[in-house]
Ligand binder design. Structure first.
Ligand SMILES: [Zn+2]
Length: 53
C-alpha cells in the first residue's frame, strides 16, 4: 500500500514544528505534537506581515 508522509509546514526562527502525518490509504496517523496552535490562518497572517514590511 502506498504510504505518504506530510510534514507540518510551520517553521520559524525560534522553533520548528516536528509534527507529521503518515497517510496509508484512507488511514491518517499523526506523529509528533504541534508546537503551535492549529490555526490555518496563521500562515496567511505571516504572509501579510511579510508584505507590509
Ligand atoms: Zn505543526
Amino acid at each position: 500500500m502506498k504510504q505518504a508522509v506530510r510534514r507540518c509546514s510551520v517553521r520559524r526562527k525560534a522553533f520548528m514544528c516536528t509534527a507529521s502525518v503518515t497517510q496509508e490509504g484512507d488511514i491518517f496517523q499523526a506523529k509528533g505534537t504541534h508546537t503551535h496552535a492549529a490555526d490555518p490562518s496563521v500562515r496567511k497572517k505571516v504572509e501579510l506581515k511579510r508584505n507590509v514590511s
